[in-house]
Structures are given as structure tokens and as C-alpha cells.
Write a protein that binds this ligand. Structure first.
Ligand SMILES: Nc1ncnc2c1ncn2[C@@H]1O[C@H](COP(=O)(O)OP(=O)(O)OP(=O)(O)O)[C@@H](O)[C@H]1O
Ligand SMILES: Nc1ncnc2c1ncn2[C@@H]1O[C@H](COP(=O)(O)OP(=O)(O)OP(=O)(O)O)[C@@H](O)[C@H]1O
Ligand SMILES: [Mg+2]
Ligand SMILES: [Mg+2]
Lengths: 165, 152, 152, 165
């Protein structure tokens, strides 16, 4: 299993549909300050079910929708899809690919999809849960967050090891 | 449950000792249970001692030493419970050139088994990647992607 | 007391607007009183809008944009209430090359009136200094000073 | 007025007497991770009267005394002196130089000196107070602390402006 593709449209500074293809091995994302690099990681946190606006550096969940610039109006919605390769049967599903999608309109609630079929957040959590993927785990490290594990209380560190157990 | 936690703790601790010594070219590090008798409530302390220095609390470590110690802990977890991918956003901001190089070497070997995606400003880290994506804002406020290089 | 606070607030705000536009090559920034009627209790909000981007809360700014905004605020305070010296420890850790250059230029002009001491890993910042001190540990755990360069 | 010289002896990783001469203009301090650069700024916080061990990254005030290494015993005391040029009469004192000294022994209390004469911490605070020098002010920015002003509560920012008033 590996991350195959990420599609972002209307999420934060990504006004147009943007596609990133990933391969196994190492990929680097570079660019000037403020160009949108950390927004890519935010898109991944979000599609994996992140519920806290603060974790996405905003004050409300609408803050993830492209807000516009001096010439352009904001988007009406944000949509992110993450395509995971499943040829090795990592997820107990009959598909060679698992496409997770999250969509939100300015007016309301988030909708979730798995391989284009509507599903609930709970379903996404269930397939990811015991695999160590997703926001609690130690596999997504946001900007400036690396030292948090050193400054955390000893009980929090224990929770991290419990999760790995 | 208790047994599984304790076994995992021992494995992570062993990996942490090895990876710390690798990243710091020596020195000793260890995870210590604050209450070993109470496996269900105990916390975990991190002890780190760069080579030749006196053992002191981790709060006295320098900015770069703290980042490398935290990375060693993270890599120890990944070693014991591998994940298919991991994403790091500018984790080398506090590192000097020698440490960025050592981190790059470790990430290169890690990427043989775990897909590694790094967001970075440092040249040494970029050089280790097979795929490079550039993000720019040709139109102000609108991010656009430019694919930069694909090494063989 | 109230009057002095308000006057200083207006001066710092004016300096903040100018220095932000200088560091960001455009854009608008402002300090806003949360309760203008209660001068003795009011707080201060920071508004920052890089050029061409929509006005949003400062929490949505990027790591580098936040550092440059904080530096603009600091420099505005120094402009209104100058201090004989100022010491900055790796304030450019999150900045890309273009912003490190702009910061270096600002520090160079600031150092005409205020003594500036910077701790840094970035070459662009070192090049702007007249005196360079290197700190090493020839003997492990013991810091030793090496004076590197004195430009005319 | 400007910082003329800093003498450090037995403070943190500075086991031997170390002297830094400063000039007006810009000085850069460079060196590998863990070599002792931030310890220099800690020495300046300390000699200016810093009372919190946490601000100096330690857990007790004894943590500032050189602890030794694998071959060498720790020091019995730490001493830092800061020499400020006063030829422009910036401080209302009859000296062309003001030398602030702080010394601490493993056994106990800090001692303070002004131009080699013993004084109290209060005396040092008095001459520095309305000049905007010292630890509350915005002129000493520790490692990783630059963004604190953005993350601070609005009332804290007001205190900073009050201080400058
Ligand atoms: N909903 C939104 N609509 C439009 N722009 C947004 C939205 N949310 C955030 N942004 C913009 O995205 C930019 C930040 O992007 P990001 O944090 O990804 O930068 P970065 O490339 O990581 O930069 P750095 O190298 O400084 O960390 C900010 O300028 C912010 O204004
Ligand atoms: N009392 C002490 N005795 C001996 N060594 C000490 C003492 N207090 C701190 N140290 C050591 O000083 C080192 C940290 O120094 P410092 O924080 O100044 O590094 P730095 O040069 O700023 O590095 P970086 O570039 O990573 O920020 C640590 O390795 C720590 O163990
Ligand atoms: Mg970023
Ligand atoms: Mg430091």
C-alpha cells in the first residue's frame, strides 16, 4: 500500500483542480513562503477525517474553502480525494485502489465517499483505525510540531506507544 | 493488554537507543517508565545524552539537539510499527548542515520500506528525493503545482 | 497614562504598517484595539494581509509569513521606542531565501542606529555582519569561541 | 550606549573564561547544533536578572553552572559580566562604563555587582527599568520565540505597547 494520488479542488489556496502523483520512495515538496506547501498536508489531514478547525489553522471549518483573492471570488466548495494503492490487499477490500473523498459546501456539512460511494466518517475511521494512518499517529508531522513529543506530558507519550501496540 | 504495551515499549526503547546513536554519531538515549508497577497509568520520560556530554534534562538540549532527539523517537515508532507512508513538514528547520545531511541519509534508507513525503527548504533534503514538486503562486493567492525533476 | 498609551499605540501601528509593506514588498497590516472605549483594559489584534491575498485571520498565514509578520511588529516597537541593542536567536529558521535576504537588508539598516546581535545558521545573514564569532566544542561539552572575520 | 563586552566563566557549557567583544553595527554568532550559541543569550538574560530557571531552559537555578563532561568535573560556580559603554551618559552614573556582574555558587544565592561593588538585584532593575533593556522587553528574542507575539492573547500585546509608552 502507498499513496498514489492526491486531488485538491477549492481547498485553501488551491482554487483550481490540482493533482499530485506519488510513487514509493521519497518525494520532496518545495516552494517559497506562503505558496501552499503546508496546505497540501492540511488537505491530507482533512480527507482522513480531521474535525478540528484549529488543527487546520482556521477558526471555522469554512476556512478550508478557497476564500478568493483581490480579483477572484471564493469557491462554493472544497473537495479533496486521496487515492491509496491496494494491490497488496493491505485493506480488506475488493478493490485494487481505495479512493477516499471529502467534500464540503459553504452552507454546511462535510460529505464523505469511498470509491465514489457515499459513506460516513465512521466508515473511513474503521478502515484506517488499526493501520496507524491518520491524524493521531506519528506519521503526519505538521510544521513546527516535531518537538511536541519532547514537550508533551509523560502520559501523552504513553498513549503514543499504546497506539503502536 | 498490559503485556502488549510492555513488549512494545521495550521494542520502541531498543530502536530509540540505536537510532539516536546513529543520528548523533554516538551518545546514549533511553525511554524510562515513570511508574513501572502501574503499567496502565505510567508515563514515559525521554533521556538523551549526546556523546561525551553530561546527562542532563532534555530541556537543556539545544534547538537542533531537541529536533534530532524527537526525530529519533518518531523513527523508533515507525521502526516498531511500520506505516505505509509518512509526511514531514519542515522538520529540519533548526538543524545545521551536518545534521540535515544525517537526516537525509536516514530518510533515504527509510524510504526503501516506507513512502516518505517531505516539505522542505533545504537543498540537502531535496537532493535525496526521487520526485520533486514545486508549489508557486503565479496568480497571487492561488497555488499552482510545477513538477520539477524525476530521477531514474 | 491613557493618552500616552494611545499615542504610542498609534505610532507603533503606523510603523507596523510601513515595515510590513517593506518586508512583504506590499500588502497591508494593522493593529486594532479590541475595546477602543476601554483604553485601560483593551487588547490588541494583529491584522495582516499579504499583497493580493484575501484578508484572513493570522492563524491561516504560513510559517514564513507568520515569522515575517512577527518581525515587522518587533521592528515597529524598536522604531517607536529605540533600544541601544537587540539580540535575535535564529529568527529566520522558517524563512525562504528571498525573505532571509529582505530580513538581512532590514537588519543592516537597523544596525546603523541599534546594535544588532544575531545567532544564525543562514549564510545570507552572516554576510551582513561586520563581526563574526564562531562557537565550537573542540573538547566535547565545552564551548570555545573562535573569532572569524572582521570586515572594514 | 552599546554592549561592549561579555565575560562568561563556568556558565552552562562555558567551562573556561570566555570573552566576547562587541562593536556597534551587526555581529553574527554561528556554529554547529549544540555548540553553545543560545547559552550566550542565556548568559545575558541571567546577568540582567532573570529569576526563572525555566526561561533558562533548566529546572533549577543550579542548572546554569557548568555540569562537567565525561572527563572533567563540574564547576563550583558560574559568573557572567556584561560591560556596557556609557560614554554618552545614557545611564545617569558617573562612569564611562557600566559593568554588571552576577555570580552564583552551587551552595546558594546569586550575588550581584555593579562596577565591582556588591549591589542588589533591585539596583540593577532600577537602572535598566525605563530604558527598555532586559528580559520583558522586545529586544531579546530567544530561539523559537519570535512567533509568541502572534500567538499571545490580545491583552499581553497591550502590555508590550504599554511598556514602550
Ligand atoms: N481558505 C483559503 N483560501 C485562500 N487562501 C488560503 C486559505 N487558507 C489559507 N490560505 C492561504 O494559504 C497561504 C499559506 O499557505 P501554506 O501555509 O501552505 O504556505 P507554505 O508553502 O507552507 O509556506 P511556508 O514555507 O512559509 O511554511 C496563506 O497565505 C493563506 O492566506
Ligand atoms: N550547566 C551546563 N553544563 C554543561 N553543559 C550545559 C549546561 N547547560 C546546558 N549545557 C549544554 O549546552 C548545550 C546547548 O547549547 P546551546 O543551546 O547554546 O546550543 P546552540 O549552539 O544554540 O545549538 P542550536 O544551533 O542547536 O540551537 C547542550 O548540549 C547542553 O547539554
Ligand atoms: Mg509551511
Ligand atoms: Mg540555539
Amino acid at each position: 500500500m502507498y499513496l498514489k494520488k492526491l486531488e485538491i479542488n477549492g481547498f485553501k489556496s488551491f482554487a483550481h483542480k490540482t493533482e499530485l502523483y506519488f510513487k514509493p520512495g521519497m518525494t520532496a515538496i518545495v516552494g517559497p513562503n506562503g505558496s501552499g506547501k503546508s496546505n497540501i498536508l492540511d488537505a491530507i489531514y482533512w480527507v482522513l477525517g480531521e474535525q478540528s478547525a484549529k488543527m487546520l489553522r482556521g477558526s471555522s471549518m469554512q476556512d478550508v474553502i478557497f476564500a478568493g483573492n483581490s480579483k477572484r471570488k471564493g469557491s462554493g466548495r472544497a473537495e479533496v480525494s486521496l487515492i491509496l494503492d491496494n494491490t497488496d490487499g493491505y485493506f480488506p477490500l475488493d478493490f485494487s485502489e481505495v479512493k477516499l473523498t471529502r467534500r464540503v459546501l459553504r452552507s454546511g456539512e462535510s460529505e464523505y465517499f469511498m470509491n465514489k460511494t457515499p459513506c460516513r466518517l465512521k466508515d473511513i475511521h474503521e478502515i484506517l483505525a488499526d493501520k496507524g494512518i491518520g491524524k493521531e499517529a506519528y506519521t503526519l508531522i505538521g510544521q513546527g510540531k516535531i518537538e511536541e513529543v519532547l514537550n508533551a506530558k509523560p502520559e501523552i507519550r504513553r498513549k503514543i506507544i499504546e497506539e503502536a501496540a | 493488554v498490559k503485556k502488549r504495551f510492555f513488549d512494545t515499549f521495550l521494542e520502541v526503547n531498543a530502536a530509540f537507543e540505536d537510532i539516536f546513536a546513529l543520528l548523533f554519531k554516538g551518545g546514549k538515549a533511553q525511554l524510562v517508565l515513570t511508574e513501572p508497577e502501574q503499567l496502565l497509568e505510567t508515563g514515559i520520560e525521554i533521556i538523551a545524552q549526546p556523546k561525551g556530554k553530561k546527562l542532563q534534562s532534555i530541556s537543556l538540549l539545544s534547538g537542533g539537539e531537541k529536533a534530532m532527539t524527537a526525530l529519533a523517537f518518531l523513527f523508533a515508532l515507525l521502526h516498531v510499527k511500520p506505516s505505509p507512508f509518512c509526511i514531514l513538514d519542515e522538520v529540519e528547520a533548526a538543524l545545521d548542515e551536518a545534521n540535515v545531511d544525517r537526516l537525509g541519509q536516514y530518510l533515504e534508507s527509510l524510504s526503501q520500506s516506507t513512502q516518505v513525503i517531505v516539505i522542505t527548504h533545504r537543498k540537502e533534503t531535496m537532493e535525496k528525493a526521487q520526485v520533486l514538486y514545486g508549489v508557486t503562486m503565479q496568480e497571487v493567492g492561488v497555488s499552482k503545482l510545477v513538477s520539477m525533476k524525476l530521477t531514474s
